[in-house]
Design a binder for this molecule. Structure first.
Ligand SMILES: Nc1ncnc2c1ncn2[C@@H]1O[C@H](COP(=O)(O)OP(=O)(O)OP(=O)(O)O)[C@@H](O)[C@H]1O
Ligand SMILES: [Mg+2]
Length: 246
């Protein structure tokens, strides 16, 4: 099986803080992998280093077998990777449709630039299809600011799908979301995974991630302390210690 994502000895520090220390991790094509760890353990930093937001201090990142260490975000995204943010980034005054279209913009491009770059009708159609897919079709023309936190997470998922990425990194997809919507988000992720999308998911909700992930990694103080199935992780002493031992 080929690897969609591979990190070798990934290291990142901020001054004296080692946010990531020689992290080795892989995600096979079509796999759904969870990334766990207490607050401040380096999970979001790992996403930032993979997606080109930060340049790692050491180590290498491979996407679909190609080394992308130090690449710019846009180039990485063109190669098929999409990441969402821990706090959804939506433009509250713009409609859902406009938000999804704008997610296609490059740096400094406006909504109009995006619309004129490619066939606008085809693009709008695709955006509508993705908004429908995440269950927000009835709100296509509503301002994004009227959505709940959970709905904003679904909107981000719709934006993610516009570029048809093969590898999707989700940073706490169910954080701050009510239980009904959590179920919707779970279903959506599983459906996309069955359709072949590869996922690496940061999630604090253990019930959710243990339920959907095929394999899990656990970070603590920037170091990988465990890897395995839900069962392995649940019974791992170092993990229990990291979460409850201090
Ligand atoms: N831009 C930055 N500048 C300085 N320190 C940073 C920066 N980003 C992260 N850190 C530090 O790196 C460490 C890891 O942070 P990170 O945000 O990756 O943790 P996390 O596992 O995502 O935590 P959470 O579960 O709270 O989201 C923390 O000590 C944090 O304070
Ligand atoms: Mg984080």
């Amino acid at each position: 099986m080929s690897q969609a994502l591979k990190l070798t000895d990934l290291t990142k520090h901020f001054g004296g803080v080692y946010a990531l220390q020689k992290v080795n991790l892989y995600v096979n094509e079509g796999e759904l992998v969870g990334l766990l760890g207490p607050n401040g353990s380096g999970k979001t930093t790992l996403f930032n280093c993979v997606a080109g937001f930060y340049r790692p201090d050491d180590g290498r990142v491979f996407l679909k077998g190609k080394e992308i260490t130090g690449w710019k975000m846009e180039k990485i995204s063109e190669l098929g990777l999409y990441r969402t943010f821990q706090l959804p980034r939506v433009f509250p005054e713009l409609t859902l449709l406009q938000n999804v279209l704008l997610s296609q913009s490059h740096r400094n491009e406006s909504l109009l630039d995006v619309m004129f770059r490619k066939s606008p009708e085809a693009m709008v159609k695709r955006a509508e299809t993705h908004i429908d897919f995440v269950g927000l079709g009835h709100l296509t023309h509503a301002p994004a600011g009227s959505l709940s936190g959970g709905q904003q997470k679904l909107l981000e998922l719709a934006s993610a799908l516009m570029k048809d990425p093969e590898v999707i990194l989700l940073d706490e997809p169910t954080g701050g979301v009510n239980p009904t919507l959590i179920n919707e988000i779970k279903k959506m992720i599983l459906k996309l995974n069955s359709a072949g999308k590869t996922f690496l998911i940061i999630e604090h909700n253990m019930d959710v991630i243990m339920d959907i992930a095929q394999r899990l990694y656990v970070l603590d103080y920037g170091e990988l302390i465990a890897e395995g199935s839900s069962e392995d992780i649940r019974n791992n002493d170092r993990v229990l210690d990291a979460y409850f031992g201090r």
